[in-house]
Ligand binder design. Structure first.
Ligand code: SAH
Length: 222
């Protein structure tokens, strides 16, 4: 059609892409928690990635978000969220807000979300977009998340979106009894990481290997 410029970002178009992402990348690979699937259908992922990567927002891959950091692949976000076994009553702590996408997915499931980011620019960008989209009840903090958020502990669920050398003890301490933590940990091999799920039981910590992953490193405050 002469003079017609196709707008790649019409609401219908991105919604169709998002629903296709949920069917092909999540349901087909076994994600089944209805609350997680609904959240992934709702959060406008393309608005969390930088403008130049917006066209790729619904692809089956991670994307750069600036400052050398990345937004995880949709499957990883969904799978980690599912492993947290959230209900609308759960109090959840996220370490590594990044662009705020995972944070928004959590906030679709429970109103009790706490998130910590270390890089000021990312913290500010995430705060702005989350606020603009109406996620105004999320509690955000700038700082070193490996220390957790002591004043707000205990948490029913903790999600770490950067890879640790070792599981930070404050996070284990701040987990409620029966609480779940999902955290990528370096395995000692060059660049190798595994995603672990910890559950705090009255008898101690149970530890389950989920699968191999590749995350940016969890930084330590110098
Ligand atoms: N969940 C994010 C993933 C971002 S990548 C998203 O969906 O975009 C991991 C993030 O962890 C980066 O933003 C990085 O700055 C942050 N990070 C790394 N070490 C940290 C620490 N010790 N405390 C808080 N945030 C940290």
């Amino acid at each position: 059609m002469p003079g017609f410029i196709k707008n790649e970002h019409t609401d219908d178009n991105v919604l169709a892409q998002r629903l296709r992402m949920v069917d092909r990348q999540l349901i087909r690979r076994g994600i089944h928690d209805p609350a997680v699937l609904d959240a992934m259908r709702t959060v406008p992922r393309h608005l969390f990635v930088p403008e130049e990567y917006r066209l790729y927002a619904y692809q089956d891959s991670p994307q750069p978000i600036g400052k050398g950091q990345t937004i995880s692949q949709p499957y990883i976000v969904a799978s980690m969220t599912e492993q947290l076994e959230l209900t609308p009553d759960s109090k959840v702590l996220e370490i590594g807000t990044g662009c705020g996408y995972q944070t928004a997915v959590l906030a679709e499931i429970t109103p009790h979300v706490y998130t910590i980011e270390m890089i000021p620019e990312l913290y500010e960008q995430a705060r702005d977009i989350l606020y603009r989209l109406g996620y105004t009840s999320i509690n955000m903090k700038l700082g070193d998340g490996s220390k957790g958020w002591q004043e707000e502990a205990p948490f029913d669920a903790i999600i770490v979106t950067a890879a640790a050398h070792e599981i930070p003890q404050p996070l284990v301490d701040q987990l409620a009894i029966n609480g779940r933590m999902v955290i990528p940990v370096e395995t000692g091999w060059a660049g190798q990481q595994e995603l672990l799920k910890l559950v705090k039981t009255p008898e101690g910590i149970s530890r389950q290997h989920l699968y191999e992953v590749r995350f940016v490193p969890l930084r330590e405050e110098s």
